[in-house]
Design a protein around this ligand. Structure first.
Ligand code: DAH
Length: 339
């Protein structure tokens, strides 16, 4: 009898299955209410006294082995089913990974920085949360200067002023404070203005600032650089510098590109004039150089600021500036580019 039970223990140990029904039948065979173990326990009273101890031990061993076998097989089965639930059919073909595309703002920004890199301009960046000094005061816009109202400002904190920069000109100041001339740098970034949101304007947008400071930099250098830029960027070399006012440059000008009047779109975007305004520029005001500890008797420079969103809208015929920040995949997917 004891030998028979031992052979059952061996059989239980050898048993394996991943089939739920087979495992259940196995359980019933050994552990069920009419199962083998029940029989063996019932037979206990007939076992001769001297064998009772070993018999009892062996039956218990069979019981423990059977129970742990059933438990481990059931566990294995459950975790297999769980995995199926998570991963599905592991043998089916993979899903294609859809390709991303660059944001139109990044495409234009990269194109501009690339054009200027070719003539020796590096890229610099500054913080979006600025202090009064870098956004206004150092740029020749002291407190109570009326030109501060040209740009509606979001204040983070008052006194001392902490604000969201209203233009990337703040990076000019930071760059001049930390670098010696000759300086040739391009500063792209996001800027903020407290303006009503519409199809044409947003409370945040992007600019690129350019700065060149060296001995003997002249207005002719500025014009030549801008002409090079518009030719590379738009394929248009005819530009016009319209006298204007910015506190940080003297003289100052608006940059217009001659777009032409060949198509209906040309007519629409230039309001029938053929000219398109793309930004502001000028010779860096000596006060700004001095504020940044650069000797204005020795050095001169030019600066310019261009709106990236406007250019992106122009080049890709985007009718509403809000599309640039809504991140609708159907919109973004249209911009595949090597930049
Ligand atoms: N900061 C000006 C703006 O936000 C743009 C600008 C004009 C930048 C003239 C310049 C500049 O560097 O020289 O409207």
């Amino acid at each position: 009898m004891i030998e028979k039970i031992k052979s059952h223990i061996a059989a239980v140990e050898a048993f394996s299955s991943t089939n739920a029904e087979e495992i259940e039948n196995f359980r019933i065979k050994y552990l069920g209410s009419k199962g083998l173990l029940k029989e063996f326990f019932a037979a206990f009273k007939e076992v001769p006294v001297e064998q009772k101890k070993e018999f009892g031990k062996t039956v218990n061993a069979l019981k423990n082995t059977a129970e742990s076998k059933v438990n481990s097989l059931k566990e294995a089965l459950e975790s297999q089913e769980e995995a199926k639930g998570v991963y599905g059919d592991l043998s089916r073909p993979g899903e294609p990974i859809s390709l991303g595309s660059r944001h139109p703002i990044s495409i234009v920004k990269n194109k501009i920085t690339d054009i200027f890199a070719r003539i020796g301009f590096n890229v610099s960046e500054g913080p979006e949360i600025e202090d009064d000094w870098h956004n206004f005061t150092a740029l020749n816009l002291p407190e109570y200067h009326p030109a501060r109202d040209m740009q509606d400002t979001f204040f983070v904190e008052k006194d001392p002023d902490v604000l969201l920069r209203t233009h990337t000109s703040s990076v000019q100041v930071r760059y001049m404070e930390n670098n010696e001339p000759p300086i040739r740098t391009i500063s792209p970034g996001r800027v903020f203005r407290n303006e009503a949101i519409s199809a044409r304007s947003h409370c945040f947008f992007h600019q690129i600032e350019g700065l060149y400071v060296d001995k003997g930099v002249s207005f002719a250098d500025l014009k030549q650089t801008l002409q090079y830029f518009t030719t590379e960027m738009f394929g248009k070399s005819k530009i016009r510098l319209r006298p204007s006012y910015f506190p940080f440059t003297e003289p100052s000008a608006e940059i217009d590109v001659y777009w032409g009047l060949e198509t209906e779109t040309d007519y629409k975007i230039t309001k029938g004039t053929g000219w398109l305004e793309i930004g502001g520029c000028g010779m860096v005001d000596p006060n700004v150089l001095e504020n940044c500890k650069i000797d204005s008797n020795e050095y001169s420079g030019f600066a310019f600021g261009v709106g990236i969103d406007r250019i992106a809208m122009l080049l890709h015929q985007i009718p509403d500036i809000r599309m640039l920040s809504e991140n609708d995949v159907r919109f973004l997917e249209q911009f595949k580019s090597s930049f």
